[in-house]
Every structure is written in C-alpha cells, then in structure tokens.
Write a protein that binds this ligand. Structure first.
Ligand code: ACO
Ligand code: OAA
Length: 369
C-alpha cells in the first residue's frame, strides 16, 4: 500500500471532471470551458444552470424551456411546509434547510433512478424548490406564513421576493443574480466532495445534496459569509475595523472571509466581482462606510498575513444591503450551489467509482481485553 498521506487531501486530485477547474496561475475559474467572471458579466444564473447541466449555453428557446420547467416545478409539498414549522424555533437555518431538502425525498417519484435523464429532472425540481425552502426556513422559525413564488418574476427576482416580501429593483435583482452565478460552482470544495462521496455509493441526488448542506454550514466553508457580516457589524465604524482585526489576530483567531485552500496567496476572482458590486450599492443605500470598512479589512489582512479576501468577504455586505437576513446568507449560498452539486452528482453517477480511502494508523496494537 502506498504511504502517501496529505492531511486535508491538500492538492490531491480526487476526481476527473468536465465541469470546472480553478486555474490559479491564470487567475481563472473555468466553467465548462468558459471564464466564470466573464459569464457573470454577460449571462444570467439560468444560463449557468443550463450550462452546468448540459455542457453548453442555451439558445433562446432552450432558455425559455428551462424557465418554464422551473416555474412548473415551483411550490413545496404541504408536508414540507408543515415539517419546517414543527422544528424548534431556535434551529439554525442551515439545519432547517437540510431537513427541508431531505424531506423532498419522500415526494420524489424517481428517487432511486440514477439515469442521466432522471437525475436531470430531479435537479430541475431541486432548483425549483430549494430557494423556496431557503426563504421559508426563515419564515418558519419566525412564525410567519410562507410566501408563494411569483410566476411573473425572473428566477433571481422571485428568490429575493420570497425572502424579503418585496419585489427587488432591476439593479438589485441583477446584483443578486451575479452573486448566484459566482456561488454556483467551484470545482471540488468540501461540500461538493461530500456530495460526490455520498453519490459514489449509488445513493440518490437528494441525499448527496443533504450532505452538502451539512458540510457548507461550517464556518471554514459557507458559514463564513454570515461570520463576516457579524464581524463588520461588531466593528460598526470605519475606525474600529483595524483594531478589531488586529485584536483577533493577536488572539490567534481566524478572520472570516480571508484565505482559501486553493487560492492560498492569490486573489479569489469572485471576491473582486462582488467588491465591484458593493461600492455603488453601498453608495446607493447610504452605507458607504460598509465599503470603506471592507477596504480597511482587506488592507490590514494583506499587510499582516499576506492573505486576500475570498468570495464570502464581499458577498456578505452585498447580501446585507440587499436586505437579506444574515441567517440566510449561507442558505442562499447553498441554493446557488445546488446546481454545481447536482452537476457533480450526475457526473459521479455517470462514471462511478466508490470513494474508499485508507488511513495512516497511529493508534496502539496488540492490546488484549
Ligand atoms: C466560499 C468559501 O467557502 S471560501 C472559505 C471561507 N472560509 C473562511 O473565510 C474562513 C477563514 N479562512 C480559513 O480558515 C482558511 O483560510 C481556510 C480554511 C479557508 C483554508 O485554510 P487551509 O488551506 O486549511 O490553510 P491553513 O488553515 O493551513 O492556514 C495556513 C496559514 O494561514 C493562516 N490563515 C489562513 N486563513 C486565515 C484567516 N482567515 N485568518 C487568519 N489566519 C489565517 C493560518 O493561521 C495558517 O498560518 P500559520 O501557517 O502561521 O499557522
Ligand atoms: O473552493 C472552496 O474550497 C470553497 C469555495 O470557495 C467555494 O465553495 O466556493
């Protein structure tokens, strides 16, 4: 047996994929051959959904078809809505979301069909329902009735509407759509790996996504966007940002929203896109200080640790200014990432080998009871 051991599987290639690749040297996130940042400037989230599922961008007819399929599948089973309201009111929203997604399995008529066509149809159903579970998770723990999806709004505008109860402006919906694009897929993060590991036992796509939710909750992964916002609110003013970060660093605390296993000391291209969106948004909302605080945080972390912000650092204040409750930041990330996870599960099912690694055993031997 090979004795190769890489803690945290750092730099280990775990899968062959045609979905995406982080080309760190060229600062490019490759999505099915396209540059993710260029896509975020030129197309919509539903184009990305089509691209990730089919391998090519949709023409107009295909785009409309996808939109109609998603609208047709919108709406939650009443049992799911009731279930979310039975959970204790202090349940973390990622746990509400995990439970809600898991419960969809009972309604799914094709649950154990792993063919490409059935997995495609199940992905569409998940993409139609997950945003509503996200929005309703917040309402359920706050004793509010669900907001029904609106068929006349775009996918992203409707998602925002179900969360806030307000129809967003065109600019707000565009920024939110861009955020969903940059969160949609990112090669082999912990949550996607988790989903592929689950799928490799020939388990179903809903089970794999449920596992991904559990993974994404952690603050070293998706949970960082909520932690960033709490840090910004804790600082509260431009002149408090530097002392807050220096204090945390002196106590050896991690500063959320900085660093990345793959980018390491290189910038995360997605963070820059959200930073560009934040500046005019902050000005428009009369919250320019949030942008200034972020700039100071970025300067301090580069000076002190040589670390760049990751996507979560700039997505957090953007979501805050779009009126999204902080507890929903990570659930929204998961909703955006649902398509990436589905694409990976489909690929895993199409070309499967069971994940089953070995260990470097360092425990005792030859004990006897
Ligand atoms: C969308 C996403 O999921 S992006 C990730 C979101 N997560 C965060 O923002 C959480 C904060 N960041 C981190 O904890 C890390 O950067 C991770 C977990 C993302 C990646 O970490 P790893 O690749 O495992 O790197 P590791 O933990 O070994 O850190 C390497 C060094 O950088 C330091 N470091 C890394 N990130 C940070 C940080 N955010 N704050 C302070 N120090 C940090 C570590 O202390 C360590 O320093 P040392 O060598 O002096 O001990
Ligand atoms: O790639 C990672 O490890 C984490 C990340 O940025 C993401 O999932 O978007």
């Amino acid at each position: 047996m090979s004795e190769l051991y890489y803690p945290g599987l750092e730099n280990v290639i775990a899968s062959e994929t045609r979905i995406s690749f982080l080309d760190v040297d060229n600062e490019e996130i490759v999505l099915r051959g396209y540059d993710l940042i260029e896509l975020a400037h030129k197309v919509t989230y539903l184009d990305i959904v089509f691209l990730l599922l089919n391998g090519n961008l949709p023409n107009e007819e295909q785009y409309k078809g996808l939109e109609q399929d998603l609208k047709r599948e919108a709406g939650l089973p009443k049992e799911t809505i009731q279930l979310l309201r039975l959970l204790p009111k202090n349940t973390h929203l990622m746990d509400v979301l995990r439970t809600g997604i898991s419960a969809l399995a009972g309604e799914e008529t094709e649950i154990d069909d792993r063919s490409w066509a059935a997995n495609y149809r199940k992905s569409i159903r998940l993409l139609a329902k997950v945003p509503q579970i996200v929005a309703d998770s917040f309402r359920a723990v706050n004793n509010q009735d669900p907001i029904e999806p609106r068929q006349d709004l775009s996918y992203s505008a409707n998602f925002m509407y179900m969360i806030t109860g307000q129809v967003p402006t065109e600019t707000e919906a565009k920024i939110f759509d861009q955020s969903l694009i940059v969160y949609s897929e990112h090669e082999m993060p912990n949550s996607t790996f988790t989903a592929r590991v689950i799928a490799s036992t020939q388990a179903d796509i809903i089970g794999a996504l449920t596992g991904a939710v559990a993974s994404l909750k952690g603050t070293l992964h998706g949970g960082a966007n909520e932690a960033v916002m709490h840090m910004l609110l804790e600082a509260g003013a431009v002149d408090k940002m530097e002392p807050l970060i220096l204090g945390k660093l002196s106590r050896k605390e991690r500063i959320m929203g900085f660093g990345h296993r793959v980018y390491m000391k290189k910038p995360d291209p997605r963070a820059l896109l959200m930073k560009e969106a934040l500046q005019p948004l902050a000005t428009a909302k009369g919250q320019e200080h949030l942008y200034q605080m972020c700039l100071i945080g970025e300067e301090v972390m580069y000076r002190e640790k040589g670390l760049h912000p990751n996507l979560d650092y700039y997505a957090a204040p953007v979501y805050y200014l779009l009126g999204i409750p902080i507890d929903l930041f990570t659930p929204v990330f998961l909703a955006a990432r649902t398509i990436g996870v589905c694409a990976h599960v489909i690929e895993q099912h199409e070309n499967n080998r069971l994940f089953r690694p070995r260990v470097l055993y360092s425990g005792p031997r030859n004990l006897h009871p």
